[in-house]
Write a protein that binds this ligand. Structure first.
Ligand code: FES
Ligand code: FES
Length: 223
């Protein structure tokens, strides 16, 4: 922070604001500059429609952390020196992020109001851990409410990113490959959680490549 100047990054671009209003929330701010993908639902931290990701660098541990956050409760002035990523920063209709694509293909979005928040919760998890367990993939939605889908298709989409290891071949299962090891008695078909349908091999999902994500701005690593 330089005097009364707020400095942060938003979707990969540097932003400086002179004399920022301490009453403004991060949600107010992003919507005021036209980033309306982040939604206002409850305005009190209960619905997750306003979820964005805040990345920060910890000098002591020399580590970057990514946290999904309710923008409706986050003061704009609290993001000095951080990198804010909103839904607009990760994909769009022409070039959706794999999370957006899989949610759409697996019917995890109906009215769509909760969808940006759902996407950002999963996105934040994957930024910290590109190979989450199924439990972690499910748990990242603890703060997201959806009134349309009943959650099942959202979880189906999220679990396509989970680290499902084929017991027989001891290798990660990729949803765009043939199911598991390809054998009729494959563990993917028979031994694992049958609550969810993992057999989406007929869908040609865009591959998820964590190396293609927005980097943490090096200039913020001096904070
Ligand atoms: Fe509901 Fe922010 S608008 S948690
Ligand atoms: Fe309508 Fe989730 S798709 S609230």
């Amino acid at each position: 922070n330089f005097g009364n100047k707020l400095h942060f990054y938003l979707n990969g671009s540097s932003v400086e604001i002179d004399n920022p209003d301490p009453d403004i929330t991060l949600l107010n701010y992003v919507q005021s500059i036209g980033l309306t993908g982040t939604k206002l639902g409850c305005a009190e931290g209960a619905c997750g429609a306003c979820t964005i990701m805040i990345s920060s660098y910890d000098k002591k541990s020399d580590k970057i952390s990514h946290i999904s956050t309710n923008a409706c409760l986050t003061p704009l002035c609290s993001i000095d020196g951080k990198h804010v990523v909103t839904i607009e920063g990760i994909g769009n209709v022409k070039n959706p992020h794999p999370i957006q694509e899989r949610l759409a293909l697996l019917h995890g979005s109906q009215c769509g109001f909760c969808t940006p928040g759902v996407v950002m919760s999963l996105y934040s998890l994957l930024r910290n851990n590109p190979n989450p367990s199924e439990e972690e993939a499910e748990g990242c939605f603890d703060g997201n409410l959806c009134r349309c889908t009943g959650y099942r298709p959202i979880l189906d989409a999220a679990k396509t990113f989970a680290n499902n290891t084929c017991v027989e071949n001891n290798r990660p299962y990729e949803p765009q490959e043939n199911v598991g090891c390809g054998k009729a008695d494959c563990c993917k078909l028979n031994n694992v959680d049958t609550t969810f349908n993992h057999n989406f091999s007929q869908i040609n999902f865009k591959k998820y490549d964590p190396t293609q994500e927005l980097i943490f701005p090096p200039s913020l690593m001096k904070y």
